[in-house]
Design a protein. Structure first.
Length: 330
């Protein structure tokens, strides 16, 4: 029988798509989100409304940094697997508001670990980030490479999550997998991320800021490929090992970096509109290149991204034009 999955950050971009696919496959999903206003609450509500069409979906508005409130709302459920995607996102915002990252990404993550300690699950999957690699010159990034020189507080909290999960797995036998996401894009994306910001300016006939004078590349990964990787992992927890913890970390991305100016060009083609560009220096906390080595995830799950950049951008642009033509706003 399909099991019950807890998804934190369920109104977020990756959380929504993950929950939608799980629900479509017959799983019961218990979703938790605090619906904060870091970006548009409207798009979060629209994501949630789609999930609420499923009778096998239950939602609780709760904050993971409130351990008592979290435990109380989850008390009625028998959870089989936990997919933890709730976090304070954003590299640049972490420079302006570091306290938010301490509350959500550190204390909130600790609360989730404590919950998993007292409510054993088949598998605890959590979101890390490609930002943990900092400005590493060794590409593609391997999950076994050193990742101890983060250049933003956001990245530091994600690396801390990996170390916290390692210690809890060692001490309490929690079967845990961290996923280092690489530049996820697609329908219902985050308005604070480049694809959505660029699309908005293209539609408005505005101007986009291009950092490091366009000398950036990103391993853009379409959301469906990310979800496929998560679902393939769901029932493949790390095996019991008497000499090591049941914790591992994988990269999850397309494995094909794209130059930022090329990505913008593909966007312009998809919208059939050019956009003005303002070239700026590198931003604090940003990195020049991301490139995922996904061989380890492939070895365990058979993961093989299917959506090329042109197809993914066309799908994203089609959704964007329809969604914002219906009166929504970023």
């Amino acid at each position: 029988m399909p099991s019950t999955i807890l998804v934190t950050g369920v109104a977020g971009f990756i959380g929504f798509h993950t929950a939608y696919h799980l629900l479509s496959k017959g799983y019961t999903v218990v979703g938790v989100d605090n619906l904060n206003d870091y970006y548009s609450v409207q798009i979060k509500s629209d994501r949630l409304n789609q999930l609420k069409q499923f009778t096998n979906f239950v939602f609780h508005k709760a904050d993971i940094d409130n351990a008592i409130g979290l435990s109380e709302c989850l008390a009625p459920y028998s959870i089989d697997c936990l997919i933890h995607l709730a976090a304070q996102a954003g590299v640049r915002y972490s420079i302006e508001n570091p306290q938010a990252y301490g509350r959500s990404n550190l204390m909130g993550f600790l609360n989730i670990l404590e919950w998993a300690r007292s409510h054993p699950v088949e598998h605890f999957i959590y979101a890390s980030s490609s930002s943990v690699y900092g400005n590493s010159e060794h590409v593609p990034f391997s999950a076994t490479a050193n990742a101890d020189r983060p250049i933003s507080l956001y990245a530091a909290t994600k690396r801390a999550n990996e170390l916290m999960a390692e210690s809890y797995s060692h001490l309490f036998g929690i079967p845990a997998t961290g996923l280092r996401f690489f530049t996820v894009y697609g329908p219902y994306g985050r308005p604070d991320m480049a694809p959505m910001k660029f699309a908005k300016q293209i539609m408005l006939g505005g101007q986009i800021d291009v950092y490091n004078h366009g000398q950036l590349s990103r391993d853009f990964t379409f959301i469906d490929d990310i979800v496929e990787g998560i679902l393939r992992l769901l029932h493949k927890p790390p095996e019991t090992n008497q000499t090591a913890s049941r914790h591992r970390v994988f990269n999850i991305g397309r494995g094909e970096p794209v130059n930022l100016l090329k990505f913008i060009e593909i966007l312009e083609q998809a919208f059939d509109k050019p956009v003005k560009k303002r070239y700026l220096p590198m931003q604090d906390g940003d990195v020049s290149t991301t490139w995922a080595d996904v061989s380890e995830l492939r070895a365990v799950t058979g993961y093989s991204p299917q959506v090329g950049i042109e197809e993914g951008v066309r799908t994203f642009a089609h959704w964007y034009k329809k969604y914002y033509a219906d009166g929504q706003s970023t």
